[in-house]
Design a protein around this ligand. Structure first.
Ligand SMILES: *Cc1c(COP(=O)(O)O)cnc(C)c1O
Length: 394
């Protein structure tokens, strides 16, 4: 069995390219060229150089000794939070801006929910001198002001979206509309392993740098490439697939993806697509999504804006169906507790998304010799509002 995308963009029954006819030209151009560009030497060199000198890679693999003592096992943190702009998202936007330049595009569009992907996109547009337009739901614009201001300072235009619930899903629809009306000069930088083929594969390959580094870093520290467990949170699934990528064919490594249970799976306020979703089409690909009996997309909820998505990347739907990856879920409360535990044991304040992966440490009993790697996808600066409420309650 293979876990790679097939020539039509499918992972088993999931994936593909379900797009309006008006988008065929743009998507087809990307489909026919992305793989060749990724293997061009000039692309690879430029990508590597920017990852190192601009984003700060390789990110450290840190042995968390107090946390390891507490959970009685060997816990490592892959420090994606130390990247420029504070998360793994910059790996993808650097790769895609280089791709856009190779394709001769001069105008960049993106969607954003919490604003992290918007900031990472505005950053690489400034770096490259390309025009940047970021679509963001009106509700998100209002609740994520610091990121809106960062995007503006970086020279991007932030367009508030008033349709639907005025959140991420609506911003994505608006970005797609923009792309349709600018087929010649515009590249759409999608922020996760979602969207029509080739985006899920393109983003996964750009993020696979995380597991590429992990292999040699673990060999240095543990004398072996493969850990016993890898844990990562899953919104669309890009940081998770990035750290799983080079281990998927090694069945000795237990891979665990962690979704947001929000206020609880039964409450109607969650974003646990693997548990609650069914097959359907969202934003150009067939995958699992949270929908009602009429196929209307259900509004997702999580305390963490980055996990608050009603679908999941098609590769994860497939890895779930085949059983290669286990998916668990964690409530808001459990994630908050895990964030405070890490802050006080290791002096690292994680993003709320990342805290979901950390919370799984409470739910599995490890052996003392087990080597566990957690993808520390981002830092918690942006989440101090939510953390402040907890501090005030102490
Ligand atoms: C955006 C984000 C996520 C969720 O996106 P994935 O594509 O699932 O990785 C997770 N962690 C952080 C810090 C983020 O900014």
């Amino acid at each position: 069995m293979t876990f790679k995308v097939d020539e039509y963009g499918y992972y088993g029954e999931f994936g593909g390219s379900y797009i309006p006819e008006m988008l065929y030209r743009n998507v087809e151009e990307l489909q026919s060229r992305y793989s060749d560009i990724l293997s061009e030497e000039s692309f690879r060199n430029e990508f590597k150089e920017l990852l190192e000198d601009y984003a700060g890679r390789p990110t450290p693999l840190y042995f968390a000794s107090r946390l390891s003592g507490y959970y009685k096992s060997r816990i490592y943190l892959k420090r994606e939070d130390l990247n420029h702009t504070g998360s793994h998202k910059i790996n993808n936007t650097i790769g895609q801006i280089l791709m856009a330049k190779k394709l001769g595009k001069t105008r960049i569009i993106a969607e954003t929910g919490a604003g992290q992907h918007g900031v990472a996109t505005a950053t690489v547009c400034a770096l490259s001198g390309l025009e940047c337009i970021v679509y963001m739901g009106r509700v998100d614009v209002e609740r994520q002001q610091p990121n809106v201001l960062k995007m503006k300072m970086l020279g991007a235009e932030v367009v508030p979206v008033d349709s639907g619930n005025q959140t991420l899903k609506d911003a994505t629809n608006e970005a797609i509309r923009d792309w349709i009306s600018h087929p010649q000069d515009t590249h759409y930088i999608i922020g996760s392993v979602v969207g029509p083929h080739p985006y899920p594969d393109l983003v996964a390959r750009l993020q696979s740098v995380i597991s590429d580094e992990l292999k040699w870093q673990l060999r240095e520290k543990e004398g072996r490439e493969a850990p016993d467990y890898i844990l990562a949170c899953v919104g669309g699934g890009s940081n998770a697939i990035g750290i799983f990528y080079h281990y998927i064919m090694n069945s000795d490594v237990e891979l665990i993806g962690v979704e947001a249970a929000g206020k609880g799976l039964e409450t109607g306020f969650s974003a646990a697509t693997m548990s609650l979703g069914s097959p359907g089409v969202i934003h150009g690909s067939r995958t699992l999504l949270m929908q009602d009996n009429d196929g209307q997309i259900l509004e997702p909820y999580s305390i963490s804006a980055g996990l608050d998505y009603p679908g999941v990347g098609p590769v994860h739907a497939f890895l779930h169906q085949t059983g290669r990856v286990s998916y668990m879920n964690v409530t808001d409360k459990e994630a908050l507790n895990a964030a405070f535990l890490l802050a006080r044991m290791e002096g690292i304040i994680p993003a709320l998304e990342t805290a979901h992966a950390l919370a799984v440490l409470e739910k599995i009993t490890f052996r003392e010799e087990d080597v566990i790697v957690i993808n520390l996808s981002g830092r918690g600066d942006k989440d101090m509002g939510a953390y402040t409420k907890e501090i005030d309650n102490e």
